[in-house]
Design a binder for this molecule. Structure first.
Ligand SMILES: NC(=O)c1ccc[n+]([C@@H]2O[C@H](COP(=O)([O-])OP(=O)(O)OC[C@H]3O[C@@H](n4cnc5c(N)ncnc54)[C@H](OP(=O)(O)O)[C@@H]3O)[C@@H](O)[C@H]2O)c1
Ligand SMILES: [Zn+2]
Length: 416
């Protein structure tokens, strides 16, 4: 009997799939069919140049918005363009927290007559007085004819009101252009605004066999230098970086941004019993905002006082059934402190807690081409008995960085 695997080596030219020319033709035809189907299925598909134009300009507005990465929190990143007769007259983006909004900067930078022009903006224009006057008023006064918006702003003071005011003033509004991408850009802002807690990203470096440290607890450095730099870039775009006391005791990290440009995040140490040594680097670095030490009731008050004297902030969180820090309570408290995004850097017990309680939104795994064997596994007991209960990761992105493989994705929706 013929071995089924033999067909892999079968060079018979009568088989269409093995004839290189027929195979290429077939694949080109398939691609054309798939492309046509996608084109006709595309939401809002309308023939003509209009739709394409809207997407092209929104893409540019998104690129502008991204320039504010790591600088606008707890406010969102926003990009805006003023366009007339297919030409860009002005551009702007929200540069820093408390600074003028993207729409206002775009109008300020505009050359030429803006009457009847279109404004492309990644987020619904505001209609309330904050640090700056309402953008809708500025757009109405400028005589804009049309406003194209990426996504609605869930801030209760805006939430569709900005759109309504524009329409009531005779401005044509189109909502939802490149909406998914506009939402992805401001994931942290949207989650914090809607649910009050920060967006949580777990990040760890592991060997190919899933170890984040050797059996002696050493983890420096599993990653390549390139992946280490990426780790610092990630710190710079998060409001907070969080580790457990186990990591402080073994590694004594600084948790600052040194291998990249950008601001230092708030450092958050989960240390229910206040075991942190007073000589830890996270307590001694200068030029960094107060380190937050998370304690639970019963921890030594005198130690807490000593930590405050060293410039740290002691945050009292509730205890969970295991007697440890209740992560959900902690996240709510961090949210109230306007921390909209947290990068969780470990160690194993902390990562496991976030996963077990379904409190993580995203994951970044830096996988080094190394085998450690017996050591500390990245993820511990998640109480999963059946494969169908396994945590699923979606929107996976994979790439090579140095000698490592970086895997990023979103964790399935949880209880958070
Ligand atoms: N490769 C990497 O990316 C990476 C990154 C970081 C760390 N590491 C390695 O990981 C190791 C440390 O990991 P670890 O698991 O021992 O320590 P950890 O996760 O950093 O800290 C765990 C400790 O945090 C406290 N804690 C309080 N509330 C908790 C909660 N809800 N869930 C979990 N922990 C809570 C507990 O201490 P109390 O009992 O005192 O409350 C617990 O023992 C080190 O070897 C380090 O080198 C590797
Ligand atoms: Zn505004």
């Amino acid at each position: 009997m013929k071995n089924p695997l033999d067909c892999l080596n079968d060079d018979s030219s009568s088989n269409i799939c093995c004839n290189p020319f027929s195979f290429r033709l077939l694949s080109v035809m398939l691609r054309i069919i798939m492309f046509s189907i996608r084109l006709f299925q595309a939401e809002n598909f309308k023939p003509g140049i209009f739709k394409l134009e809207d997407e092209i300009f929104m893409e540019k507005a998104l690129m502008l918005a991204r320039r504010g990465l790591g600088k606008t929190s707890p406010n969102p990143m926003v990009g805006a363009l003023v366009v007339k007769e297919g030409k860009i007259l002005g551009k702007g983006y929200h540069r820093r927290y408390g600074g003028p909004h993207a729409e206002v900067i775009a109008l300020r930078n505009t050359k030429g007559d803006v009457k009847g022009a279109s404004m492309y903006v990644t987020l619904e224009p505001c209609c309330h007085h904050g640090w700056t006057p309402p953008c809708v008023d500025t757009l109405i006064e400028a005589g804009m004819g049309r406003v194209v918006i990426g996504t609605r702003d869930p801030n209760p003071m805006v939430n569709g009101k900005g759109i309504r005011i524009l329409r009531e003033n005779g401005i044509q509004v189109k909502l939802g252009v490149l909406e998914e991408r506009c939402r992805e850009l401001n994931e942290a802002y949207l989650k914090h605004t809607q649910r009050g807690s920060p967006l949580v990203t777990l990040k760890f470096a592991q060997s190919l066999d899933g170890r984040i440290a050797t059996k002696t607890g050493r983890s420096q450095w599993i990653s390549s230098p390139e992946a280490l730099s990426l780790g610092h870039r990630l710190r710079a775009i998060h409001d907070g970086v969080l580790v457990g006391i186990g990591t402080i005791l073994v590694d004594d990290p600084s948790l600052t941004v040194r291998l990249a440009k950008g601001k230092n995040p708030r450092r958050i140490i989960v240390d229910g019993r206040l075991r942190i040594p007073l000589t830890s680097k996270v307590l001694s670095d200068e030029g960094v905002d107060k380190t937050i030490i998370v304690a639970t009731e019963g921890a030594n008050r005198r130690k807490a006082h000593g930590l405050k004297k060293l410039g740290a902030e002691v945050l009292w969180a509730a205890r969970n059934q295991r007697g440890e820090v209740d992560m959900k309570d902690l996240l709510e408290k961090l949210g109230r402190m306007e921390i909209t995004s947290v990068l969780v850097e470990g160690g194993a017990k902390i990562i496991t807690s976030f996963l077990r309680e379904r409190l993580a939104d995203k994951i970044v795994i830096m996988m080094a081409p190394k085998l450690i064997g017996k050591g500390i596994e990245a993820v511990g007991n998640l109480e999963i008995r059946d494969v169908k209960e396994a945590l699923r990761i979606s929107k996976i992105k994979m790439r090579r960085l140095g000698e490592d493989i970086i895997i990023e994705g979103h964790l399935q929706k949880g209880k958070s």
